[in-house]
Design a protein around this ligand. Structure first.
Ligand SMILES: [Zn+2]
Length: 262
């Protein structure tokens, strides 16, 4: 089971499924609690033909922006593994080295591994990071692929809103990546694009914020303010929980009033 939470798993259980790493403010134990990796359908499971992947990928040691897309494909497919394979095949046929997106989400809220980062061991979650904990770079947003993660909703959401399970999964993925990369879900910051232009952008943004495109659809764009707010709630709650569990862990069964701030 990859879906671990603070309430369900506790520190020891959560740590088994989460890549090691350190948050600037917290230790590895707390990190396990604040970025539990969601359940993800691996490339092997959706049937990626790895022989079609061409150049080795690039990686970033820092992530600054999470870019929301839709795939502009038809909605309500019966076989989403086949749909993901179609998108992969289309991208490599257009001379991309691999599928363009880092992660994809279907209408039932199933999350799929996108661009290949490394060959993960069977018991490891496909986090999109290599053994050096660097994020693999996608090809989802022209001149804005460095230090960004592209998350694609599978379908077209101009007039039709993304279904509730899909939005819930998007929130879950964004909370994971905001925690992992220390991004404020409702914040914004300067970003230097590949042409060297500095632009001030939200940390969670629509593809249309950086390029003239319909992506991720008007209906998705309309949801982003509430999505950001939900992500912030989750991230803040996990951080608080992690801090208190780490204090308890370090200090043992002492009376609460004797605990110091950590
Ligand atoms: Zn897009």
């Amino acid at each position: 089971m990859l879906r671990t939470g603070v309430a369900a798993g506790g520190i020891a259980a959560a740590m088994q499924f989460v890549p090691s790493g350190t948050h600037p403010a917290l230790g590895a134990t707390a990190n396990a609690l604040i970025w539990p990796t969601p359940k993800i359908v691996t490339r092997k499971q959706w049937g990626a033909d790895e022989s079609q992947r061409v150049a080795p990928p690039s990686y970033d040691s820092k992530v600054q922006k999470l870019v929301v897309h839709h795939t502009a494909t038809s909605n309500s497919r019966s076989d989403y593994n086949a749909q993901i394979r179609n998108i992969f095949n289309y991208h490599v046929s257009r001379l991309y080295s691999d599928i363009a997106y880092n992660l994809l989400i279907d209408e039932q809220g199933t999350i799929y591994e996108g661009r290949w980062a490394t060959d993960y061991a069977a018991d490891m979650a496909p986090t999109g990071e290599d053994a050096l904990q660097r994020q693999v770079r996608g090809a989802h947003a022209l001149n804005h692929n460095s230090r960004t993660i592209g998350i694609a909703l599978v379908g077209t959401f101009d007039t039709v809103a993304p279904p509730v399970p899909m939005v819930d999964a998007l929130v879950e993925v964004l909370a994971w990546k905001c925690s992992r990369w220390d991004l404020d879900p409702t914040g914004s910051s300067d970003y230097a694009d590949a042409l060297g232009t500095r632009v001030h952008l939200p940390n969670i943004l629509s593809h249309r914020d950086i390029r003239q495109t319909r992506c991720p659809g008007n209906a998705t764009r309309a949801l982003l303010p509430s999505v950001r707010a939900r992500v912030k709630q989750i991230v803040d709650a996990r951080l608080l929980q992690a801090r208190s569990e780490v204090r308890d862990d370090l200090q043992g069964p002492q009376p609460r009033h004797r605990q110091t701030r950590g």
